[in-house]
Write a protein that binds this ligand. Sequence first.
Ligand code: G16
Length: 550
Amino acid sequence: MALDAFPNLPALCNKHPKPPQIRFQYGTAGFRTIATVLDSVLFRVGVLAALRSKRLEGRTIGVMVTASHNPEQDNGVKLVDPRGEMLDASWETHATVLSNAGTTDEFVLELEKLVDRMGIDLSRPARVVYGRDTRPSGPSLVSALEDGLAALGAEVRDAGITTTPILHYLVRAINTLGTEESYGEDSEQGYYQKLSAAYNKLVSPRQTPPPLLVDCANGVGAIIAERFAGYLGDRLTLVLENTAIDTAGALNNACGADFVKTSQKLPPSLVGRLQPGQRGCSFDGDADRLMYFYLDERSQFHMLDGDKIAALVAAFIVDLVKTAGLESQIKVGVVQTAYANGASTKYLSERLPVRCVSTGVKHLHHAAENFNVGVYFEANGHGTVLFSPAAQETLATYEPSTPAQSTALEHLRNLNLLINQTVGDALSDMLLVEVVLAHKTYDGSDWDSLYIDLPNRLVKVVVPDRNQFKTEDAERQLVSPPGLQAKINDLVRRYEGGRSFVRPSGTEDVVRVYAEAGNKSNADELAFRVAGLVYDVAGGNPANRPKEFI
Ligand code: G16
């Protein structure tokens, strides 16, 4: 069968012309930019998703329409492979090429080349499930996506407004339904049931945690957390804040996980809502990131980020593995990125193997698959824990010889069910944290004292072309623009305990600068000095040079 077996394809493609002079790129988390230019991209992603499914013999592919932590005017789209993981990296290039074809004829030509090169049998069925977050631009972009899916006659399932992690869960659940690897019932209810049942087994009624304040970033997390609260009953009380999903401009605005991480302070809307000693957490716009925080008795704010979550969770799992008598069979490891606070890397490396990889869940996820149990969290709160097939087999068949071993084994089995292993999931990660805190009888400050963060600062620099920035060594070294890394090294040497690196963002049109130093003012100063270097070397307009840049 050839592409001309789909006679509506050209006309539907004509409905969604590519805007001239824009170059799209499938980046860290798919396509992401201002929503008004994305119509053609969504159509083409629909076609590509159908092709990917045909290539994989009709296995269901996921499509999520979201721009996650980005501002409300942005949107984006990413594909999800059949096991619920990120799209295979080799297909990211196909996505970029198809999105940039200038005309319908060029698009069809690129499609023909792809079909040919990949040996795609077009007579195979195509199955796609898709969802979107709460952004106002979502419905029209979804209808462009639906045109792309219709153009290739895909069988579709609309998951509606949902979180990114639920969409990933659905993809895996649909593809494993009725098999030995069944991931759960293929519905949102199935997801809630799976997580709440595991949580209720892990936390006994006498361990019930105090109420938890949840900042929903005025996004889809508000809807999902409210529905989920019904499944938790009185075993965990969620106090939902920032739930204004219908208020224009509210999404991720001065709230949510990215705000907390970058500004290192409590969202202003939570001042007076979070009490001293109480813990709270923030989701991002599509509920795949999680940040915790608490106020001490002097009402001082303390942030518990992805690094702190990794330390808490990894130590807990290592203890359970030891207690269960499985130390020689199950090796636990941690994966981080260069953004991990140096103190967290030191704390973790003293206890278990730690690897550093490039930013982006896809990189962390793959690296974590090399451990029996791989704990990965980005400092920004995006992460999960993977139990390898071998580890799952061990947990299923192991015969404990003492009651303590038996209890630890049961806990590990339930953690395997509680954790959404397809991708970072704020809701599932939140339950995981609550389980560990309940078992350890930790409050926020006990958890925080596992190690003391090195003072750090993250700065965004707007430059004319972020693509001139190229990195190596897990993004810790710049290779382009030439000479800039040497200048950064010179600066870093002047600060005791200094560390800094620069990389282009894959989700926003900025270059990110990270710096650490022995005290807060030095960390700020180093970050702003490096930001100044970046701005100048990249040819930023002197008239618009931010005044903080030194
Ligand atoms: C996405 C990715 C994350 C990444 C983040 C920032 O998160 O899934 O892995 O850390 O973007 O990436 P960058 O620094 O390249 O902009 P999200 O929550 O926005 O989907």
